[in-house]
Design a protein around this ligand. Structure first.
Ligand code: SAH
Length: 236
């Protein structure tokens, strides 16, 4: 997968891109990342990429000309053979979810555009394919959102986690019925009076499977009944 990130703060990505799974995906050649520093496309003595809002109001807005130039430079630098899927990180976008990560992971090339200040000049929206939000809260910039999107996608790339993504059972996965994962335990088998459920130590795989299935349903019912409703709708 190719990913280009447009940002005012490329330095925020240094340890993220060199650590753990994402770092490994890059060193194995499964992921190529280009960081496009927005400041390089700034204007005037201070290389400004923001300006005051038309109509007045507090804060600064990111200029469409600087952002689009940076996006085009990033696309050119990536040398991708397919058109980039262009994603704007904004709290006003579609809420990010596992199904969205699965769709992005199938794209060969992503462009992630991170905002700052009061956000983007509205016209930037004409130059992207979709807008994604990390959730109903406001951060200072899109960088953390871009990292979250990239990390969720990278772990789905074939070869990155070792076993095939489609077969993985984890919260929100297709293999898990898009529900929450069952509780997991490891050694020690008892800690301060808290014991591992006997069934998990029984070696009886059919019983373990049934227990896990029940816990998945119970946990999802308790914490995220909305997921159960959605899964029923998908089946009917
Ligand atoms: N004034 C805007 C918020 C700007 S926050 C509004 O009211 O909608 C500044 C930048 O941080 C945004 O342009 C975006 O890139 C990023 N950002 C903040 N919260 C985000 C979220 N929940 N999801 C994705 N990006 C977010």
């Amino acid at each position: 997968m190719h990913a280009a990130i447009v940002t005012l703060f490329p330095e925020l990505f240094a340890s993220f891109l060199s650590t753990s799974l994402v770092g490994r995906a890059i060193s194995c050649g499964l992921l190529h990342v280009h960081l496009e520093e927005l400041r390089r496309h700034g204007l005037g003595k201070h290389l400004s990429v923001d300006d005051t809002p038309y109509g007045g109001g507090s804060g600064m807005v990111m200029r469409v000309d600087c952002v689009v130039q940076a996006m085009e430079a990033a696309a050119a630098a990536l040398h991708a053979t397919v058109p980039l899927h262009r994603i704007l990180l904004t709290p006003q976008g579609t809420p990010f979810a596992q199904t969205v990560a699965e769709r992005f992971a199938r794209c060969e090339a992503l462009l992630l555009v991170c905002g700052r200040y009061e956000g983007f000049d509205e016209r930037v929206r004409h130059f992207v394919d979709e807008e994604v939000s990390l959730g109903d809260f406001v951060m200072t910039g899109g960088e953390v959102a871009a990292m979250a999107v990239l990390e969720a996608c990278v772990r789905l790339l074939p070869g990155v986690l070792g076993n095939e993504a489609s077969a993985r059972e984890e919260s929100f996965s297709d293999a898990q019925g898009r529900l929450l994962e069952y509780p997991q335990f490891t050694r020690p088998h008892e800690f301060r009076g808290l014991a591992v459920p006997e069934v998990l130590r029984s070696g009886d795989h059919a019983r373990i499977r049934a227990w896990r299935h029940e816990r998945t349903l119970e946990r999802t019912r308790e914490r995220r009944a909305d997921l159960l409703r959605r899964s029923d709708e998908a089946k009917s």
